[in-house]
Design a protein around this ligand. Sequence first.
Ligand code: ZN
Ligand code: ZN
Ligand code: ZN
Length: 142
Amino acid sequence: MSTGEELLRSRGLRVTRPRLAVLDVLAAGGHLEVDEITRRARERLDSVSTQAVYDVLGALSRAGLARRIEPAGSPARYEARVGDNHHHVVCRGCGEIADIDCAVGGAPCLAPNIGHGFEVDEAEVTFWGLCPNCQARRSADR
Ligand SMILES: [Zn+2]
Ligand SMILES: [Zn+2]
Ligand SMILES: [Zn+2]
């Protein structure tokens, strides 16, 4: 397991306390909204502005240290699981997100029948459904 400092240096990024704090927050796992990342980063730093957190997330994403996902109808979320072509399943009821391993592994894992001459490098796959909690709530409502 690399430390945050090693990760930042390996991508040629300057090591700063906000960057280390955000990496640390993301390393705990999950798909976090910026508000939540900011709240948790503030537990690690004396203070950090929301704008600074946005800037850090932008830099980490461009460097391939964070992945940004934005399911329809949901604010952008960030995760530390990068470098694989995993997909997401999103709950229509509560917005909960879980990872789904890609059956193929590499991108693009779906090839269009007609590519219109494009060089396709990714198929963005999002599964939609109801999470276990929302299924239980639906049964209880009946
Ligand atoms: Zn749900
Ligand atoms: Zn994910
Ligand atoms: Zn796939």
